[in-house]
Write a new protein. Structure first.
Length: 191
């Protein structure tokens, strides 16, 4: 097994400890682990791939700058997505200032077809999603550990049920049913 494969199996806390002890590669592995999930989190907010890539990069620069302050008793992914949420809110605020009264950026043309075809969430909807995430985080902690892992792997890391089954070495149908039960539990809490 190569170094990168071994490091990918190590927990987030161990990767952070290794990085803080001088192992630069461990931070790269940690970033690679969450890169797609963070991109998928910010893309609906910024609505184009170039801005989503820039914002994702900005988020990981913030992580790099603040990682020494990370409380290792906490979950890294929660801390990371809190940074992502704040960066997304900053992005919305920055871009709000560059819009004129019609909602168009300077030099941008108006097309009714483009406006009607836009199915991405508005900034207000994005903020609502962020608030929902804040509400869900404590509720998710009430789930059994295996269900928390399934939720994280499915919703934050965007793994398929088959990939989750392999990762957790749990039968596919068990993963699916635990996920459905966890969602039902979470719906009851937030409604």
């Amino acid at each position: 097994m190569c170094y990168i494969e071994r490091m990918a199996e190590i927990s987030d806390a161990e990767l952070i400890s290794a990085y803080l002890s001088g192992d630069e590669k461990s931070l790269e592995i940690l970033i690679e682990k969450y890169l797609k999930a963070v991109y998928r989190f910010v893309y609906p907010i910024v609505k184009n791939s170039s801005d989503a890539e820039d914002l994702t990069q900005e988020i990981f620069v913030r992580v790099w700058k603040k990682i020494t302050k990370f409380d290792r008793d906490k979950k890294f992914s929660s801390w990371l997505f809190a940074i992502a949420k704040n960066a997304a809110i900053d992005f919305i605020r920055r871009n709000k200032k560059t819009r004129n009264f019609s909602g168009l950026a300077v030099g941008e043309s108006f097309s009714i077809e483009e406006t009607l075809a836009d199915t991405q969430p508005t900034p207000a909807e994005t903020v609502q999603m962020i608030e929902l995430h804040k509400t869900l985080a404590p509720a998710i902690k009430k789930l059994p550990a295996i269900d928390q892992q399934i939720i994280e792997l499915r919703d934050e890391q965007a793994l398929t049920f088959r990939e989750i089954s392999k990762t957790l070495q749990t039968p596919l149908n068990t993963v699916k049913s635990r996920y459905r039960r966890a969602l039902t539990f979470l719906r009851k809490i937030i409604t």
